[in-house]
Ligand binder design. Structure first.
Ligand code: COA
Length: 260
């Protein structure tokens, strides 16, 4: 029996598709769903059969319409801090995963939904997707890393505007701002996401993981990103896949990477 009540997990050729499955609540993230996302991403870390993951939402209306407001409404100050920290921890796990994680954004990505998409390494959106951080409408601010990641992705001025006005933006504007990588018709969303994922999975897995580490190091105040890059570059040069990749180039053939 599946341990997941709010997620659907499907493994397709090494790609774990994680679908937030509360369509009647526009896939709002209640606490149980956050716990299940943690378990699902842990599976991505641990299961060698999983080479990458794609988050999406059930139904055709929403990716995730935010944290579950009916639960938020009950939070005391003490509980609210641990509520935010728990979500931040789970979304940091996604961000730091050394296997690629994409968001296939199929509708509303608001509040915690926008934050979930931003924790992924890349975002593909359907043409009808809508993005926003509307927490100030509720007397709140983003609590799952949104103030940090939105600023990192689109810059201070636009991030301030989106979070202070609570405006929603469409997929086209999100792409122009750098919030999403690609916008496609809804029927193409999973195909395009799979295409990008499969391209990434055809490269050397160790190198992919180290790219993720090095890019994340930019935003880690305790890390010297240049040093992380030099160390990671050296680590690549001691790998079997480096020998395979360079030999394959010189022998004019496709490399067969093993992830070692
Ligand atoms: N938390 C809990 N329930 C939510 C939710 C959320 N974040 N977002 C939507 N829902 C629920 C609605 O309460 C409704 O449930 P009901 O049918 O039992 O009444 C159902 O999902 C459908 O939503 P509804 O508002 O009727 O759809 P809509 O098409 O009229 O509006 C939105 C869509 C996304 C604009 C609207 O649902 C909305 O503003 N949601 C909240 C967004 C938000 O503030 N997110 C940040 C939370 S911190």
């Amino acid at each position: 029996m599946s341990i997941f009540e709010n997620l659907l997990l499907q493994l397709e050729n090494g790609i774990l598709v994680i679908t937030i499955n509360r369509a009647d609540k526009l896939n709002a993230l209640n606490i149980d769903t956050i716990k299940e996302i943690k378990a699902a991403i842990q599976q991505v870390y641990d299961d060698p059969a999983v080479r990458g993951a794609i988050f999406t939402g059930a139904g055709d209306k929403a990716f995730v319409a935010g944290a579950d407001i009916s639960e938020i409404a009950e939070l005391s100050e003490v509980n609210a801090r641990s509520f935010a920290e728990r979500g931040q921890e789970v979304f940091s796990m996604i961000e730091r995963c050394t296997k690629p994680v994409l968001a296939a954004v199929n509708g509303f990505a608001l509040g915690g939904g926008c934050e979930l998409a931003m924790a992924c390494h890349m975002r593909v959106a359907s043409e009808g997707a809508r993005f926003g951080q509307p927490e100030v409408n509720l007397g709140l601010i983003p609590g799952y890393g949104g103030t940090q990641r939105l600023t990192q992705l689109i810059g201070k001025g636009k991030a301030m505007e989106l979070m202070m006005t609570a405006d929603m933006i469409g997929a086209g504007e999100a792409k122009a701002l750098g919030l999403v990588n690609h916008v496609v018709p809804a029927v193409e969303l999973m195909r395009k996401s799979m295409e990008i994922m499969n391209k990434i999975l055809s490269k050397a897995p160790l190198a992919i993981g180290l790219v993720i580490d090095c890019v994340n190091a930019v935003y880690d105040k305790d890390e010297d990103g240049y040093q992380t890059e030099a160390n990671s570059f050296a680590r690549c040069c001691s790998s079997q896949d480096f020998v395979e990749g360079t030999n394959a180039f010189l022998e004019k053939r496709k490399p067969a990477f093993k992830g070692a």
